[in-house]
Design a protein around this ligand. Sequence first.
Ligand SMILES: [Zn+2]
Length: 310
Amino acid sequence: MDRYKKNPLCLGALDIGGTKISIGIADERGRIIASEKIKTEKDPEAAMKTAAEYLKNMSELRSCKLEAVGVSCAGPVDTVTGKVNNPYTLPGWEEYPLTERLSELSGVAVKLENDANCALLGEVQLSGLRKNRVLMISIGTGIGCAFWDGRSFYRTGKKYHPELGHVLIGTNRTPSEKCYCGHYNCVENLLSGTALHKRAQDAGFRDFGDLTEAYFSAFHRQKPAAELFIRDIKAEFHSALWNYSLVFHPDNIVLGGGMAFAYYSFFEDICRDFLESVADREDFIPPFKLSCAGDGEATALAGAAMLWRI
Ligand SMILES: [Zn+2]
C-alpha cells in the first residue's frame, strides 16, 4: 500500500495531429496531470522517440509509474495493426508500425484510436456519461462523428469508425464541387466549416460569422438573404439529425469542433427546433440532451488515456 502511494500508476496519452502532437499523462480518472506539445515530424520514428522521452520524463517528474499509453490520431487509423493510414495530414506515416515501435520505445503496451473516437471518449469520461448513448458531431474543417453506445464505440467492422459526415442529405442546393467521397450533397460538403464559410461568401457575405450577424440583427440590409440561407442550413442540419437519431437513438448529442465553439448558440437553436419538430415522434426519435464539447486538448488526451479503461 505504501509503495502504491509513493508510485501510483499513470496512463500516457498522445494526440497526433497534422501540425502538432500533444503528449500527456493522466490519472486513473483520465484527468491530465502533465502535458506538453511538440511539432509533428515528417519522420514518425523521430516523433515517437521524442514522445517516449517526454512520457518517461513526465512520469518520473510526477513520481508515477507509466502503465500503458493510448494514442489518438487523425484518421483513418487501423486499430488492429496499430498503423496510421492518413496520407492527407500525415504523409509518410503510412505503414509505420506506430503502436509496436512506441511500445518498444516506452516499455509499455500502446493502443491506437482515431481522434474522433478519442474526443468522444474523453467527453464521455469527463462529463460522467459513460453509461449513456452519446453521439458526438464535430463541425470543423470537415465533419467528424463518433458514437458511444454506453459500453463501447460503434465501429464499421472491427477497425474503423463510421464516416457519418458523408451521409447524404436532402437539400435545395447543389454545391459547385463534389466532396472527396464522390458526392455533392453529403453532410460534410454542405455543413462543414469550410462549406459554410464558402457558401456564405458565395451569397455575398464576408464569411459565416458575418452571415449569422446579419441574421440575428434586426435591421441588417442583407437580412432577407441571410434568412433564406439559414432556412436551408436548418433544413439540411435537421435532415442530418433525423438520420443520425433514427439510427443511434442517442441520449446525448455533443457538438464539438471549431465551428460549434464559435457558433454554439446558433447550432443549439437548430437542435432545439429539431427536437420541437419531432416532439410527437418519440417512437422514432427519443429526445436527447445537447451539450457543447469541453476543451479540445484535455479531452482528446483524456480519451486517449481512457482507451485502457474500456
Ligand atoms: Zn462526402
